[in-house]
Design a binder for this molecule. Structure first.
Ligand code: 26Q
Length: 822
């Protein structure tokens, strides 16, 4: 009987239309008579959601009954972007939807673009988490994501008079992709005090009591895999005033305002994503967010394990927990607390379960990004956790002292507690000690962490605890969805879309390098993608750019280490050079469009100044009649995932030009190459492995190497600093007021001229400019350029996040796929 009634979901165009209309008319209570694009989006989203739910339920049931290990991916950021397009492609019904929407009078692109991005992340780290969820589902791994349900994601960026203005991103107005689970609520405790007590057996037990309680409410989001029925779960926690704690007393006793105040304080925890990327600032609310989310997730994971009735010794056979950077490190401490204080295990047994369960991925070596929390802050907010950290540290230091008695300074160096004023908890050390594996995110980066921040830990634990898993991207979103025409062309040559789930299959494209029709189609697709971006630029900035020009793109968070300043200073140099050229010389130049995009953290003045400089230069260059199409400078506002889907396929060249040794991996470099763009880059992060894969002749590398950076900085500090002469001319132009009030740019110029040029802009300037000249030269030979692009795409198979997830699964998590039956 159940079978007869069970929901199957639409498969045909007519069924899709019926479902969409039914949702518009009933679920949304709107009449078709005034159905606009937003209503069409809502109806279509609900129709696809129904399909996802069916498979989601089955997947969850299968995972519950399968007696096998699951992986939990803990990340404070999930930069998901839009879900509908992805859902359509993953269940293989986008064509059905396109036809159905057309019948209803809509273009599918207009409907899809109604959706608000889910922007619960800053940049690379958050987008990596989203790609990983896609790959884990596609590869049928039983995997859950755990995160926070921010009411406000990363702010929306507006550019007003050439300055960044931040606008709140309230994204939850209509979000059909989340399911509140009001029945899944966890009490989370903060503050209070700790006392010891003897239980009936005379055993000492630790009790943490007092303080305040906030409720964590689960919201679940389905994560469909591509070409598989597996639909995994992303669980996001939302904070709410606790029923037990708050309301009734105060509310009834007339303290209405006080009661509302408590409620607001509780809800503040999950209210907003911190907008810093690669910067740590030690705010109490951020620590509260971290504990709130870790404690809720751990409670949930432990509860699920306890239902299996297995002994604790089996915990790490059933559960792997991956920490996305140090942000979830408190989960380690919370787990030890649960096992020892609540479940009554002895310390050593508990700790070995913890270590067997956790693994930690590091995403940075930059000191200002390494998380540290002040001991007094932690003492106040999480008194029991601080005790546990001290105990872990004390046992660890005892071991180190015993094992390395000759190196007295080692104890100070490796202690979880930094003996500063105030004392600080070093989260990266705690995460390393509490995990069985630590990985970096690209080869160079993984090598660097072993020789810098974790050097002593390599001595202590041996090298096998540290490993590399080079980042990857999902080819579903970043090729098939963002660049459907290119995906289709590739499929037509390779005989189907298998490359989307085995990206190494792209290598067959090298067989078509002599196929003139193929190459022509390829070029037409690139051109169409550039036309589309040009239209977007026209619509949003009013500037017309020539789609035949060389599109040179740098889109990523604005940060001094990523060196957008090097790019714009190079652009000014180009401008000055063109101004000095004869008409004959100008004729030989390939026209360029320099495109920038990215958000600056609201408090990061230098980054905001860079944005202002780009806009100011654009203002002058774009209106200089003498320059015409030879150079245009564009700032695309509010760079986000859905903008990236338009921008990435439209590049001829993109810039990945961080100071060597600072960008852990970078992932947009992979996206651009996969979409048939070349890159100019430093020997940093994954650029190095991209070069290894695609070949040196297909990439424009420049600049100093990571191994030379320290010496150069040292030389700067001790007086040996010569400003590059061409760069000096650029500064002279800025100082003359040619790009507006020079005072606005003095701090930026002086950070290079007077304050040590920490990011080596001057050292790399000449090499950068020369390499751009090589780019100009290479672009003139369109045939050869195209071959470089196609060859590069053919060799990008390694950078699929599927490869990456397989490496985590086999080397770190020890989990097996659980494919759907039949
Ligand atoms: C920490 C404490 C308090 C507030 C904020 C933060 C915070 C937030 C975000 C610290 C760091 C981040 C984000 C880091 C990040 O995105 N790192 C990038 O990770 C990518 C994926 O591995 C790499 O490709 C990039 O190289 C790396 O910069």
């Amino acid at each position: 009987a159940w079978k007869k009634h069970s929901v199957q979901g639409f498969t045909t165009k007519d069924q899709f239309e019926d479902e969409t209309v039914r949702h518009i008319e009933t679920t949304l209570a709107r009449s078709l008579f005034n159905c606009d694009e937003l209503a069409a989006y809502s109806g279509a989203a609900l129709a696809f959601r129904d399909r996802l739910i069916i498979e989601w339920n089955k997947t969850q049931q299968r995972q519950t009954f399968a007696d096998q290990k699951r992986v939990y991916y803990l990340s404070l950021e999930f930069l998901m972007g839009r879900a509908l397009d992805n859902a359509m492609l993953n269940v293989g019904l986008k064509d059905v939807a396109r036809a159905g929407l057309k019948d209803l009078g809509f273009r599918i692109e207009d409907v899809i673009s109604q959706e608000h991005d889910a922007a619960l992340g800053n940049g690379g780290l958050g987008r990596l988490a989203a790609c990983f969820l896609d790959s884990m589902a596609t590869l049928n791994y039983p995997a859950w994501g755990y995160g926070l349900r921010y009411r406000y994601g990363i702010f929306k960026q507006e550019i007003v008079d050439g300055y960044q203005v931040e606008v709140p991103d309230y994204w939850l107005d209509f979000n059909p992709w989340e399911f509140p689970r009001h029945d899944i609520t966890v009490d989370i405790q903060f503050y209070g005090y700790v006392r010891k007590e003897k239980d009936e057996d005379g055993k000492t037990v630790t009790i943490w009591e007092g303080g305040e309680i906030v409720d964590a409410v689960a919201y679940d989001v389905p994560i469909p895999g591509y070409g598989t029925a597996t639909t995994n779960n992303l669980r996001l926690w939302s904070s709410k005033a606790s029923k037990g704690e708050f309301d009734f007393q105060k509310f009834n006793s007339g303290e209405y305002e006080g009661s509302v105040g408590d409620q607001q304080r509780a809800e503040t925890i999950s209210a907003v994503l911190y907008p810093n990327d690669n910067l740590e600032r030690g705010k109490e609310l951020r620590l509260k967010q971290q504990y709130f989310w870790c404690a809720a997730s751990l409670f949930d994971i432990v509860r699920r394990f306890k239902k299996t009735k297995k002994p604790w010794s089996k915990f790490s056979d059933m559960v792997a927990i991956q920490l996305n950077d140090t942000h979830p490190t408190l989960a380690i401490v919370e787990m030890q607390r649960i096992l020892v204080d609540i479940e009554g295990l002895d310390w050593a047994e508990a700790w070995s379960i913890v270590q067997g369960t956790f693994s930690y991925a590091n995403h940075t070596v930059m000191p200002e990004a390494l998380e540290k929390w002040s001991v007094p802050l932690m003492q106040n907010l999480l008194p029991r956790h601080l005790q546990i950290i001290y105990e872990v540290n004390s046992q660890f230091l005892q071991y180190v002292e015993k094992t390395f008695p000759k190196d007295r300074d080692m104890l100070r160096r490796v202690s979880i507690i930094e003996e500063s004023q105030p004392k600080m908890v070093r989260m990266a050390y705690l995460a390393t000690i509490g995990s069985h594996k630590v990985n970096g995110v690209a080869e160079l980066h993984s090598d660097l962490i072993k020789t810098t921040i974790f050097k002593d830990f390599v001595t202590i634990y041996g090298p096998d605890k540290f490993t590399n898993v080079t980042n990857g991207i999902t080819p579903r979103r970043w090729l098939h969805q963002a660049n459907p025409k290119l995906s289709e062309l590739i499929a037509s040559k390779l005989g189907g879309y298998d490359f989307l789930t085995d990206l190494t299959k792209l290598n067959k494209l090298e067989h078509f390098l002599d196929d003139a029709d193929f190459k022509k189609e390829w070029q037409e697709i690139k051109y169409a993608n550039k036309v589309r971006l040009a239209q977007h630029i026209k619509d949003t900035t009013g500037v017309s750019v020539n789609p035949k020009a060389l599109f040179d793109i740098q889109v990523k968070r604005i940060h001094e280490y990523k060196r957008q300043q090097l790019n714009i200073l190079g652009v000014i140099h180009r401008y000055l050079t063109i101004k000095a050229m004869s008409p004959e010389e100008r004729k030989k130049l390939a026209p360029r469009v320099s495109i920038f995009g990215g958000k600056a953290a609201p408090g990061y003045w230098m980054a905001k100044t860079v944005i202002h400089l780009v806009c100011s230069v654009g203002e002058v260059v774009n209106n200089d009649k003498d320059i015409g199409d030879l150079l245009k400078v564009i700032y695309i506002e509010d760079y986000n995932v859905s903008k990236a889907e338009i921008i990435t396929p439209a590049s001829d060249i993109s810039e990945h030009i961080s100071t060597a040794g600072t960008e852990a991996s970078g992932t947009s470099n992979m996206k651009f190459v996969l979409n048939g763009g070349l890159i100019i880059g430093t020997c940093d992060g994954a650029n190095i492995e991209i070069t290894r894969e695609i070949g040196e002749s297909n990439i424009f590398l420049f600049g100093n190497l990571a191994e030379d950076v320290e010496d150069l900085r040292h030389a700067h500090t001790y007086g040996d600093f010569q400003l590059d002469p061409d760069l000096n001319k650029v500064f002279e132009a800025i100082k003359s007021g040619r790009f507006g009030d020079a005072g606005r740019f003095s701090a930026l110029c002086n950070s290079i001229i007077e304050h040590g040029d920490y990011y080596l802009v001057s050292d790399d300037f000449n090499s950068y400019v020369k390499t751009h000249e090589l780019v100009d030269e290479a672009y003139k030979d369109q045939e050869a350029w195209l071959e470089k692009c196609i060859t590069s795409v053919a060799r990008m198979g390694f950078f699929s996040s599927d490869r990456c997830i397989q490496e985590y699964a086999e080397m770190i998590w020890n989990v097996e796929p659980l494919p759907p039956k039949e």
